[in-house]
Design a binder for this molecule. Structure first.
Ligand code: NAP
Length: 280
């Protein structure tokens, strides 16, 4: 049986099927801002349906529609078991679009901005998001991660994560402070996943549904979806959850219908024949 929860950092019980907030403000990377009322409705429905892990960032937004503000408006005061994970690293540029990486000296202000925007005294999980859009950059992350470790010691952050990292950067961070979660692009690194699993660290792939760019209409997903009478997105989510007890899913959407479809994947049971069919 698939275990549905994960002990994040050992002390926060979260449902492994969570929610990615980046799409609340925009459907596509070059499209217009979405109606904030829809985002608020999606967030409230997500939590009503049992989501207690929301992945966000101060740099998620389009123009004046900001993911963190939507979360605060929709959900504050927060229920006790809600975990909001944020990311720092990319610097918000004009219109809130990320442009460049923060220096170590700029990280505190980004954490404090998240605290203010979300109206929190402490952030449950903060990832250091490094590298470019296409993947890890390979540079040392020690100085920046040490700053976040200091903010954790101060009590502004509960747990730390790393995002868009390679194995060497992951090792570098772990030598500085405990790493609770890794957030890399879907399908990139099975070895890192195995290491996370062995160490009780969450592995949280971004773009779990292809990021809205890669079509999910693969023949393998389609065959399993047809057999079960469900959608390919649901098969992708169910297969992610079945792949490792450390795997968390954060599909992103700004659509109520997609949200409900995605969360219903929690009830899909894939048998070994399905899983081996998906592996090819
Ligand atoms: N660490 C990082 O560098 C990084 C980078 C990117 C994203 N992230 C995080 O990862 C989360 C997930 O990534 P993502 O949102 O970019 O991509 P995703 O979850 O792979 O896919 C979202 C896209 O798929 C569509 N979609 C959602 N559910 C669907 C369904 N059931 N059927 C058909 N289409 C569906 C969405 O459109 P609609 O909105 O119209 O449903 C949206 O275009 C983000 O929300 C964010 O929290 C992190």
């Amino acid at each position: 049986m698939t275990i549905k929860t994960f002990p994040l950092g050992g002390d926060l019980t979260i449902h492994r099927l969570g929610f990615g907030a980046m799409r609340l403000a925009m459907s596509t990377f070059d499209g217009p801002a979405r109606d904030p009322r829809d985002g608020i409705a999606v967030l409230r429905r997500a939590v009503a349906l049992g989501v207690n892990h929301i992945d966000t960032a101060g740099f998620y937004g389009r123009g004046t529609v900001r993911a963190n503000e939507l979360i605060r408006t929709a959900l504050a005061p927060y229920q006790d078991d809600l975990v909001i994970a944020t990311k720092v690293g990319p610097l918000p540029g004009p219109g809130g679009v990320p442009s460049g990486q923060a220096t170590p000296g700029q990280l505190r202000a980004l954490v404090e901005a998240d605290l203010r925007a979300l109206q929190l005294d402490r952030l449950d999980l903060v990832y250091l998001r490094v590298g470019g859009v296409t993947g890890p950059g390979g540079e040392s992350i020690a100085e920046r991660f040490a700053v976040l470790a200091g903010l954790r010691e101060e009590g502004l952050i509960r747990h730390l994560g790393v995002s868009n990292v390679d194995a060497a950067q992951f090792t570098e961070a772990r030598a500085i402070a405990p790493v609770t979660a890794v957030q890399n692009q879907y399908g990139e690194d099975m070895e890192l996943l195995a290491e996370c699993e062995a160490s009780g660290i969450a592995y949280v792939p971004y773009f779990p549904l292809g990021g809205g760019r890669t079509p999910l209409d693969s023949e393998r997903l389609g065959k399993v979806a047809a057999r079960l009478g469900v959608s390919v997105a649901q098969v992708r989510i169910a297969s992610l959850l079945a792949s490792s007890p450390s795997m968390l899913a954060i599909p992103g959407t700004g659509s109520l219908a997609h949200l409900e479809e995605n969360l219903a994947a929690n009830d899909i049971r894939l048998v070994e024949e399905d899983l081996s069919g998906l592996r090819g």
